[in-house]
Structures are given as C-alpha cells and as structure tokens.
Design a protein around this ligand. Structure first.
Ligand code: NAG
Ligand code: NAG
Length: 359
C-alpha cells in the first residue's frame, strides 16, 4: 500500500483540476472546487490545554475530540498518568479561553472510574442523543441528551458484547486494541478501530439498529511490513462538497522514521470503499512537523503531531467536515520529554489551522 502514492496523487490532482465540483457553496472563491488539496500546510498555536494543578497529578491530556456548536467548543479528552487513563470534558467559547476552561472529570459521571480513553463525540440524530465512543478494553459508548451536562452520560456499554472479535485477536500480535471511531451514512453505521500492529478494522450495523448489531470486523488496510506506518487514531469524515473519490477522508496516525507522530490521509467514494492515497507519505503528509509552522511568537513546542480531531461544526453521525480551512485539535509534546513510561508523557493539546485550502 505504500508503493504508488505519488503516482496516485498526481493522477488525482489532474482529475480534480479538470472537474470542478458542483454545488459547493461555502467557499470564498466560487470558481474553484470545494475539495481537498493533494498536499497540506498548517499553522499551529502553542499548547492550549494541559493538566491542571488540581491534585489529580495528571501527566498529560490526550486524544481530543471536539465539536463547536452554538458558539461553544466542547472538548472530550483522555487524562493520562502512569497509573492509567480516564476522560475529561471542558468547554470554551474562544481559543483564548481554552487554557482556563474548567475540567469536568468524567469519572464523576456514570461513566465511572477505571480504564476509559480516546473519546469520540457526535450527535446521533435518529435517537436525539449525543454519543461518546471510547475504549475500555472493548469498544464502549455512553449517551447523553445534553452535551452541556457532563454529569448526564450513561454508564459504559459495549459494541462487542462477546469481547474482542476473533479477527482482531488473531491479528493483534503484541499490539493494543484502540481508538474506536463511528461514522454513518444514510443506511449504515461503521465502527473503525486499530491494533497498534499495522491493521485498521471496520464493522458495520444498520443505522436503524445502531448501536446494536455491529458485525464481525474486516481488515480495511494493513501494513505488516511497517506496523508504525498504520499505527492508530484513525478518523473518517464525509467531505462537504466532496464528489466521487473525494466523498470521504480517512486519516491515520503513524510513527515516522524520526520516531515522531504524524498523520497520513486517503480518500474514498464510500465508507466501505477502497482508500486512495491523498497525502500519505512523510514527504507529503496530512500533518507532520514538516508541513506545520508555528504562529508568530510561538515556540516550536512539539515535533509530534499526534492523536486528535478535526473541529466539527456539523455534529451529527455523518461527521461532515468543510474542506475549506480545516482546523485540527491535536496532541503534542516537548521533544525533550519524550523518554520514559508512555502513559506518563506530558502531552498537551494545540490547534493547527490549514493555510492552503483549495477553496
Ligand atoms: C443549539 O441551538 C439550537 C437552537 O437554539 C438548539 O435547538 C440546540 O439544542 C442547541 N445545541 C446545543 C448543543 O446546545
Ligand atoms: C461547560 O461545562 C460545565 C462543566 O464544567 C457545564 O456545567 C456547562 O453547562 C458547560 N457549558 C456549556 C455551554 O456547555
């Protein structure tokens, strides 16, 4: 899967410039198509969200998921320290207010204590409920009618009541089953997950049956020669105005040849379709130290652009994102602090904004 990306990207770039997308309304320049570019450039803030001096003694805040609705950003993230993981919620109305936003630790809610990590939040319109999807050893979820009421999340339930599916246990090797991600189209809800062993999995169930009925997963992509190239933190979005092979965007976190984290990207016409390279190399990544510059006056505080999420303003289960000026909340870390116990690393959250939108 790593052999043809430049050729595919070149063919793809030729295709889009020849066929402008119709009906794209949100772009500043209407004559250009509302599609993803074949390379990306970003500007980053400094660290915006980190552990507080509140007696919890957290080492890091990680794995954020973020929506912006009615003027408020809602962020859910993992709390990490050597002893393990749980979840936190915070909200703010401007990025400037993010560092001082109060934390609501979700172990105070019915989500409870113990291992919970890597949340994804979305509004499942058919149920009029918010879903928080996360890992707890299984693929878990909680629901809440009001995203502003963090005490209102239900106790964890799981997508795979029989435990880890056999295709995962037989492929996981020494990896971990992580980073569950749900996206639905009109008929089907899909559940992606990774195994830190070079495999991306996908299950599905009918929208009408969700969250029950997840099928045995299939392997969507694999790289067994370099498991680090297809590591974890997969994200799948529908692209507003995206046509043909540009309808869905897949982003996966990799560990690069420099040992730093970065993101690779593919596109497809269907969630269960074939993923074609968009920006999937170290030289032409989705987001990596080599295509991220820091805002004026902000020190280059991280070399890793790691686990995070596009800021979504369309909040329902279709996970539609606007390709015109993507904003992405990610985890980064002082490179000097990168040794030692993984769970105790000092991850902080920062935001990158795309500066080379094709729109
Ligand atoms: C946003 O505002 C609309 C209109 O007032 C309301 O119906 C909706 O519940 C609000 N959403 C959230 C998440 O607060
Ligand atoms: C922000 O979070 C607090 C909990 O820290 C919650 O009580 C409040 O309702 C939230 N506000 C909004 C607008 O979501």
């Amino acid at each position: 899967m790593r052999s043809l990306p430049l050729l595919v990207a070149a063919l793809w770039a030729g295709t889009v410039s020849a066929v402008p997308a119709k009906g794209a309304s949100s772009c500043v320049t209407p004559s250009k198509p509302s599609v993803l570019p074949s390379s990306f450039k970003w500007t980053s803030t400094g660290p915006l969200i980190g552990p507080k001096d509140d007696g919890r003694n957290l080492a890091g805040i990680k794995d954020p998921t973020i929506v912006q609705v009615n003027g408020t950003y809602h962020v859910f993230a993992s709390t990490a320290k050597a002893e393990g993981y749980n979840l936190v919620y915070l909200n703010f109305t401007s990025l400037a207010a993010a560092p001082s936003a109060p934390f609501y630790y979700l172990d105070q809610s019915p989500i409870g204590t113990g291992y919970r990590a890597a949340p994804q939040v979305f509004y499942f319109a058919p149920h009029k409920l918010w879903y928080l999807v996360y890992q707890n050893g299984n693929a878990a979820y909680s629901t809440n009618p009001d995203i502003s009421n963090p005490a209102g999340w239900t106790a964890p339930q799981v997508f795979y009541p029989a435990g880890m599916p056999s295709i995962i246990s037989s492929n996981i090797g020494n990896g971990y089953w992580v980073d569950m991600w749900v996206i639905c189209d009109a008929q089907t809800c899909h559940l992606f997950s990774s195994d830190d062993n070079g495999h991306l999995y996908r299950s599905q169930t009918k929208v009408a049956d969700f969250p029950a009925g997840m099928s045995e997963p299939v392997i969507v992509m694999e790289d067994t020669a370099n498991i680090y190239a297809l590591w974890e933190a997969s994200l799948v979005y529908s692209v507003k105005g995206g046509k043909g092979e540009q309808k869905y965007l897949l982003v996966i976190e990799a560990i690069g040849s420099d040992s730093e984290r970065y993101f690779r990207a593919w596109t497809s016409d269907k969630i269960d379709g074939t993923w074609k390279a968009l920006a999937d190399t170290e030289a032409n990544p989705f987001a990596r130290a080599n295509n991220v510059v820091f805002e004026e006056g902000v020190a280059a505080w991280t070399k890793s652009i790691s686990h995070g999420e596009v800021v979504r303003t369309s909040v329902d289960q279709r996970l539609e994102i606007d390709p015109c000026g993507i904003r992405f909340l990610y985890q980064g870390m002082d490179p000097k602090a990168s040794g030692g116990e993984y769970n105790a690393l000092p991850w902080r959250l920062g935001l990158i904004t795309q500066t080379n939108s094709a729109c």
